[in-house]
Design a protein around this ligand. Structure first.
Ligand code: T1G
Length: 701
């Protein structure tokens, strides 16, 4: 048919094979090829049935996202799917790997679907700020029922072949697509099965027509989980049209909704994030073809909050872990916390009922550092002091096998100094996970001066294997994320000195879209960590120190900048804290004043922007979009707030356009802050901010 779609005949069966690596995306050429192939086979008297399949590692993984925002080329996906659905001969979609987005919509246009047992089927458009735009919101509910459909479309999460079979999305699980697809086609012909056109089959809509609550509940759940995002609500609304809007009219409304979202800023932001995440895994300065080392066994040192979360991430990916503690009591506590976390997730239906036992069975808790000896990768997650880190690395250097990668989960400390205590600095790097480590997607991978390229690629590969988003950074105090955050932290502390309260500052930051403000975040991470590290480095933070001296370490002591009721993580303003702040300022002779929300927002963002610019200048981060990835997946930066420069384009397109560059050199990373005409650019914010508000803000710059 054309360079990406082939049509072959095997007796009376026509096989249409798509071959558009890497993920058989529905580019214009693929759409053209499928359309022509189905039309030709449909009109060929020798052909009695058609099998639609893909070469390579996956079935169609969706529309070609890089084509969005560009002039549309025909045939449209809707036209391709109609050609399939209206074909007079049975069309069977044979699925392997992933059938996602437009790929599943193509399969839903077919009359029958078969899949291999490891196949995943889903409509993830919502993760790109979209809704399925080629009939998915109308055909999927008719295939699996509105309840499962609304869940799949509003969350964007795929289902496996077994669940697809159970819910009628596929007719059969086959060994392989080529042979299995053909065999199924022959069965359809032999049994003279009537063609099942989903558009005409409302049998699964009856119950929902009687009770609409499944939609209202889904919409409510979507709203709670996706603060500030438009697409989840648009998805729930579109699926509800299956109940009372005629099919073709609903298709038209779906298309209008899709076109509104695809040209909107939120979807452009989410598409930018999609490509930035993939760009971040491409490590500069590593020789082409550098292979990661094999990692089958992992050892984690420390079963505290971080060590436990990291161990769960590996167990979740099916990788056995040796979890090492200094004593039985600490080990027992750590294992208990993981067991409880798994049971809580299973109770919420987040994982299968038997998953806690299966995953805990992959975590072998032991005492004694000598137990690192068999591991391919060792991750240290012990107390955040240089002395303890050096002691541990000196020990594991002696026990670890040659070629093992030694990683520190430090969130601040100098990896070069840690590596220097070993005889194998080339195998040492940082793998900085974010709390809670079994939930947060980011893994900041710190390349030390002597880190070998294959050790680095090992960390990047293993991070992706445990479903983390890797971003490679250089060695400096706090690396990228925490270094920028420290600037915000300084301003947050200064704002308390000048009269703001923790709850006011946090309210401004959460209203902007961050999941948490600096003070609630401090309470979650534990104020004692920063306190210990400040004492270690001989620096003071008057108010935070006073809180810690009063035993207020945050959630772990049920009081920090806020108080917490037993069993609750909800931060409650505490008059005790206001009193403590007042006393501290009095002791320091400081006067309080009214601070506006706008001033707070700018002082929460601008200092980070400038720090981001320095990080790029120092090449601690390889590209601006890496800084965005770090903030998106490590700090919950609101994904819909994307840079004007990058909207709707991939990071490389932005760089090639040079447009971003000008913004980058003048304004730091794509934290969207660049959308603000900043009075601070070019001026050292420290001087201006410390003079704040004497010089007056507006008109400065
Ligand atoms: N379009 C264009 N490029 C894509 C792509 C796509 N849909 N999917 C992946 N790529 C590129 C990706 O950028 C990377 O490029 C390479 O392929 C490998 O991807 C009308 C509107 C399929 C699970 O949202 O989730 O259909 O960096 O590194 O880890 O209703 O890719 O090598 O240059 O991610 O093995 C809906 C998106 C589209 C699925 C494979 N579909 N893709 O994961 O490889 S909207 C999606 C994925 C739509 C219709 C609507 C994953 C994957 P490069 P990778 P992977």
């Amino acid at each position: 048919m054309n360079e990406v779609v082939k049509l072959e005949r095997s007796d009376a069966i026509a096989v249409v094979t798509i071959n558009n690596p890497p993920v058989n995306a529905l580019s214009a050429a693929v759409r053209r090829g499928i359309f022509d192939a189905v039309k030709s086979a449909g009109g060929d008297p020798q052909v009695q049935a058609i099998v639609l399949t893909c070469a390579g590692r996956t079935f169609i993984a969706g529309a070609d996202i890089t084509e969005f925002g560009k002039p549309p080329q025909s045939p449209s996906l809707g036209e391709v799917i109609s050609e399939i659905e209206n074909c007079p001969k049975p069309v069977i979609a044979a699925i392997h790997g992933t059938a996602l987005g437009g790929g599943l919509e193509v399969a839903l246009g077919a009359h029958f679907r078969v899949a291999t047992k490891d196949a995943k089927l889903g409509l993830p458009e919502v993760k790109l700020g979209l809704l399925p735009g080629a009939g998915g919101t109308q055909r999927l509910p008719r295939a699996v029922g509105p309840e499962l459909a609304v869940k799949m479309i509003v969350t964007g999460d795929p289902i496996g072949a077994a669940e697809a079979l159970k819910n009628g999305l596929i007719e059969e699980i086959v060994e392989s697509t080529a042979a299995g697809g053909e065999a199924f086609a022959r069965k359809v012909l032999a049994e003279k099965r009537p063609l099942r056109r989903l558009r005409d089959d409302d049998s699964k809509l009856v119950a929902a027509k009687a009770d609409r609550s499944i939609f209202t509940n889904a919409a409510a759940a979507a709203n709670k989980r996706n603060r500030g995002l438009e697409a989840p609500l648009a998805c729930a609304e579109a699926v509800s049209w299956t109940l009372d809007v005629p099919f073709d009219e609903a298709l038209k409304k779906e298309r209008e909704s899709f076109l509104r979202l695809v040209s909107g800023d939120q979807s452009k932001a989410q598409r930018y994030a999609f490509f930035s995440e993939r760009e971040a895994a491409k490590v500069s300065g590593v020789p082409e073809g550098t292979k990661p080392r094999p990692v089958e066994r992992v050892a984690i040192i420390g079963a505290g909050t971080m060590g436990g979360g990291i161990a769960m991430s590996f167990a979740n990916a099916g990788i056995p872990v040796t979890l090492i503690e200094t004593g039985e009591e600490q080990l027992k506590r750590g294992m208990g916390v993981m067991q409880k976390n798994y049971e809580a997730t299973a109770a919420r239906g987040g994982i299968a009922a038997d998953a806690p036992a299966k995953r805990m069975a992959l975590i072998n808790g032991v005492v004694g550092l000598e137990n690192v000896k068999g591991a391919d990768l060792i991750i240290e997650a012990v107390f955040e002091t240089m002395a303890v880190k050096k002691e541990v690395f000196t020990a594991i250097d002696a026990y670890a096998k040659p070629g093992a990668v030694l990683a520190s989960n430090t969130s601040y400390l100098n990896i070069d100094q840690i590596a220097a205590v070993t005889k194998r600095p080339q195998d040492v790097l940082g793998m900085h996970f974010f709390s809670p480590a079994n939930v947060m997607k980011l893994c900041e991978i710190v390349r030390a001066e002597k880190t070998a390229p294959d050790a680095l690629m090992t960390a990047v590969a293993i991070a992706r294997r445990i479903a983390k988003v890797p971003a490679v950074v250089g060695v400096c105090d706090g690396f990228v994320g925490n270094r920028m955050l420290a600037q915000r932290g300084k301003q947050a502390e200064k704002l308390l000195f000048e009269g703001a309260l923790p709850q006011q500052v946090d309210a401004v930051v959460t209203k902007f879209g961050m999941p948490m403000g600096p003070f609630a975040m401090g309470d979650l991470a534990g104020l004692d960590i920063g306190w210990r590290s400040r004492k270690d480095r001989g620096i003071k933070s008057e108010i935070a120190d006073a809180l810690c001296e009063a035993g207020r370490f945050g959630q772990k002591t049920q009081k920090g900048y806020y108080k917490y009721e037993a069993g609750s993580r909800a931060p409650l303003p505490d008059p005790e804290v206001e009193k403590l702040i007042g006393e501290t300022l009095q002791r320091l002779g400081r006067k309080r004043r009214a601070v506006s929300d706008e001033e707070i927002l700018e002082r929460m963002m601008y200092p980070m922007i400038n720090e981001g610019a320095r990080i790029l200048e120092e090449k601690i981060a390889a590209r601006p979009s890496d800084i965005d990835v770090i903030w998106l997946y490590g700090y919950g930066w609101p994904i819909y707030r994307a840079p004007r420069a990058g909207r709707g384009r991939t990071p490389s397109e932005v760089r090639r356009s040079g447009e971003g560059a000008s913004r980058l050199s003048a304004a730091p990373p794509h934290l969207n802050i660049s959308a603000y005409p900043s009075p601070l650019w070019g001026r050292d914010e420290r001087s201006s901010l410390s003079g704040w508000p004497a010089e007056g803000r507006s008109g400065g710059g």
